[in-house]
Design a protein around this ligand. Structure first.
Ligand SMILES: NC(=O)c1ccc[n+]([C@@H]2O[C@H](COP(=O)([O-])OP(=O)(O)OC[C@H]3O[C@@H](n4cnc5c(N)ncnc54)[C@H](O)[C@@H]3O)[C@@H](O)[C@H]2O)c1
Length: 274
């Protein structure tokens, strides 16, 4: 496989480590699109720590250069700004893109631009389950309509530092769980953009951004990043609770997200997709 990666942070580094451990043979080619100021450091790490992942690996700093290396699949793991800057031209060029920063799609104009680019290029925007699960069933039930989806995201109080929760609560002093946000998935993404990926994934798979109900909770007893949601549809009802461990490189990112991206790549390479 010729793989393109946008971003070289926690998810990308963990993913490359997993690919090195689990692939039967090295990737044919790897292109990493990094920020210009990170180019030299990215190149050094790629040639050092990750030399065994691909037969050839290069670092580039824009989408035009990325496309020149003819990736068969591109994985975005860099954030909202990188989705805006780099993903439309890749889709336009006919290359499928796995987007990890799914919260970016809460921007309706960006979602429309990405869909149009994929249609024009004959490519697909692939939205992995990320930190959550059960997306297969939610998307299947979504086709029948009539969904009620309620999501509750809980984290230890200090994990909400740097968000508007900090103004509303004394995060360091909480002794019991407090729900500090109630609203739609669209409002959650607007107010908590760095914590919007799961709500956006549920919204896109199921009832949409306006009809997906979100609660965000600071809970001193939370064992990690906890995602709970319930679905009521005319066809089925289910509920889900996922307790995720944070990843070593970024406590805001659940480590299962990386495995979800690994699954997308393995499903492309292996003889069976599941
Ligand atoms: N879908 C999900 O469930 C889910 C879960 C966790 C994280 N995420 C998202 O995944 C993304 C990455 O997470 P992470 O933990 O690896 O973050 P990180 O901060 O560790 O890494 C981000 C990397 O992207 C690079 N980058 C930033 N802007 C760039 C640009 N314009 N072009 C190229 N590179 C750029 C940074 O230099 C850094 O190397 C975040 O947007 C996060 O919100 C999604």
């Amino acid at each position: 496989m010729r793989l393109g990666l946008i971003g070289f942070g926690n998810i990308a580094l963990t993913l490359l480590g997993q690919l090195a451990e689990t692939l039967d043979a090295p990737l044919e080619h790897l292109t990493v699109l990094s920020l210009p100021e990170m180019e030299a450091e990215t190149e050094a790490r790629l040639k050092g720590d990750f030399a065994s992942v691909a037969r050839e690996a290069v670092v580039v700093t824009d989408a035009r250069e990325l496309l020149a290396h003819r990736p068969g699949l591109v994985v975005e793991c860099a954030g909202h700004a990188a989705v805006v800057a780099h993903v439309p031209p890749v889709l336009h060029a006919g290359i499928d893109v796995v987007i990890v920063s799914i919260g970016a799609l809460s921007d309706a104009a960006l979602e429309a631009e990405l869909r149009a680019a994929a249609i024009a290029g004959g490519s697909r925007l692939i939205l992995p389950a990320g930190a959550v699960g059960g997306i297969d069933l939610l998307a299947a039930l979504g086709a029948a309509g009539g969904l009620e989806v309620r999501y509750r995201g809980s984290k230890p109080p200090l994990a909400w530092s740097g968000t508007p929760a900090e103004q509303a609560l004394d995060l360091g002093a909480l002794s019991e769980a407090v729900t500090f946000f109630t609203g739609t998935a669209r409002e959650a993404a607007r107010d908590f953009p760095k914590n919007a990926n799961v709500a956006a994934t549920l919204a896109l798979a199921g009832a949409g951004f306006e009809a997906t109900h979100v609660e965000l909770v600071a809970d001193p007893a939370a064992p990690g990043n906890v995602h709970e949601y319930s679905v009521v549809s005319p066809l089925a009802k289910y509920s889900m609770r996922i307790e995720n461990l944070p990843s070593a490189g970024n406590a805001k990112t659940s480590v299962s997200t990386v495995y979800s991206v690994l699954r997308e790549i393995r499903n492309r390479i292996g003889p069976v997709a599941i």
